[in-house]
Design a protein around this ligand. Sequence first.
Ligand code: ZN
Length: 118
Amino acid sequence: MAFLTDLFQDLRIGKNSIHGDQTKSRSFQNESHLDVLAEKIDQLYIMNMASLELLNDLGVSRSQIEAKIEEIDLRDGKADGKISPQTECTDCGHKVAKRRTHCFYCGSKVNQFGFKAI
Ligand SMILES: [Zn+2]
C-alpha cells in the first residue's frame, strides 16, 4: 500500500513541477510582452507630444484638440476612450477588423479611423 501512496505522491509532484515550469514560461512571455507595450507607449507619447506642440505652434487651441478627441472617440458609437476592434463595412454591412484596409467579404476599402489616405 505504501508503494502505491509513494507512486501517487511522485506523480503529483511531477505534475506540479511541470505546472510550475509552464507558469514560469508564461510569466517570462508576459514580461516580454509588457516590455514591448512599454516601448510602444513611449513611442506614442513622443508622437503625441510632437503633434500637440506642432498644433500649438499652428494656433490650434486645447479645446479644439479635446473636441476632436471626443469626436474620434465617438466614431465607434461609444464615448469610452477606446476604439472598437471592429468596424462595419459601409457597402455590405459585415464586421471588419480595424486593422484591415479592405472588407474581407466584398473587398471595399474600409477607412476605419476616418482619416484620409496619404
Ligand atoms: Zn463589405
